[in-house]
Write a protein that binds this ligand. Structure first.
Ligand code: PMP
Length: 354
């Protein structure tokens, strides 16, 4: 007999994160992690397990203060959460409450439609053009809010601030969220637009450029009224989202600008030479301002390369989705890792060509 209670269960199709292989010695280029360790200041700070008996500061005051100082904004303009996924989920719940559809591109971070479904938010996905660029005019229509990453994921394509500002100008009655998870790898932040657009929310993460994906810290910067609204929702949900180690290590990371710059610049340099090598082998990809490249080859199927690489313990990301099912998203690792991946590719292409 059908179980009556089943009807009460919320039906959702969850987001699928990239694989976290258990085996050792893998080259892991599939989840846009940073190949370098976090700042030595983070590694040096010893934490006291005894303190774990106490709840953390529910206001996350020290971390918020350090981020406010770093970005030269007021404390009232900063919200922190458990990775930017948590911040974005809160923001969807807080700001997207219209019967009109929220807009985000057809090719973008695949968590957006999951949250929209979870929170029953109507949405539409205007298609990117054939070069994977946003057509700003698509965002002139009536809507319940706008969200997209800049640089976009999984394409790595960065839209100039003029495009962001144009979209903001046409959408002053709704909240516009710019997800800057990858901004530190060569893009220009929309934070400078905050003074002029109080409906703008910029979301950031410690997971990529700060190399702390395992700690889970994300944050948002916006007008104090938006931040207050986010806090109200957070405190209606879970007062203690941020744990003690995250709060303490997070502050240390923000202090170390020199290391932060050194490692992001190294990743950008690796991206440049690795990209040139890929082009020589017949791969093409849109210009990336992120810590990954989104590549395709005219003659070799992405899915086959993905599977063959995995057999060699090299993990990259493949999305079996319309328009992008012949692309691989390759995270930029160390020079050494990228050299090994190129060696694999050379062997693979040579083998298939004969
Ligand atoms: N936004 C984008 C565009 C991403 O690619 C990711 C990483 N999966 C996130 C947000 C979430 O990152 P995190 O929760 O680790 O901050």
């Amino acid at each position: 007999m059908a179980k009556e209670w089943k009807k009460q269960i919320r039906q959702v199709e969850p987001y699928t994160p990239g694989e976290q292989p258990k085996e050792k010695d893998v080259i892991k280029l599939n989840t846009n992690e940073n190949p370098y360790p976090p700042s030595p200041m983070v590694r040096k700070l010893l934490l006291h397990p005894d303190d774990l008996r106490l709840y953390p500061d529910p206001t996350a005051g020290a971390l918020i203060e350090s981020l406010a100082d770093y970005h030269k904004v007021k404390k009232e303009q900063v919200f922190v959460g458990v990775g930017s996924d948590d911040v974005l989920a809160m923001a969807f719940m807080t700001f997207f409450n219209s019967t009109k559809p929220v807009l985000f591109p057809d090719i973008t971070y695949s968590f957006y439609d999951v949250w929209a479904e979870l929170f029953r938010i109507p949405y539409e996905q205007p298609p990117l053009d054939s070069a994977f660029r946003i057509r700003k005019e698509d965002y002139y229509r009536e809507n319940g809010g706008v969200v997209f990453p800049n640089p976009n994921a999984p394409t790595g394509v960065f839209e100039r601030l003029e495009v962001i500002e144009d979209i903001l100008k046409h959408n002053q009655d709704v909240i516009v969220i710019i997800d800057e998870a990858y901004i530190d790898f060569g893009g220009v932040s929309a934070l400078s637009l905050l003074d002029r657009y109080e409906n703008l929310l910029v979301v950031r993460t410690f997971s990529k450029s700060r190399s702390m994906a395992g700690l889970r810290i994300g944050y948002a910067i916006g007008h104090p009224e938006l931040i207050q609204a986010l806090h109200d929702v957070k405190y209606s949900f879970n007062s203690y989202t941020m744990n003690r180690p995250a709060l303490e290590w997070g502050v240390e990371s923000v202090k170390d600008e020199t290391y932060f710059r050194k490692t992001t610049e190294r990743i950008i340099a690796t991206r440049t030479w690795f990209g040139e090598e890929l082009r020589k082998m017949g791969f093409s990809f849109p210009e990336s301002k992120a810590n990954f490249l989104f590549v395709t080859h005219e003659r070799f199927a992405a899915k086959d390369i993905f599977e063959a690489a995995k057999k060699e313990k090299i993990y990259v990301r493949y999305f079996d989705k319309p328009r992008i099912d012949n692309y691989l998203r390759i995270t930029i690792g160390t020079d050494e890792q990228m050299k090994l991946f190129l060696e694999f590719l050379k062997g693979y292409l040579a083998d298939k060509a004969c």
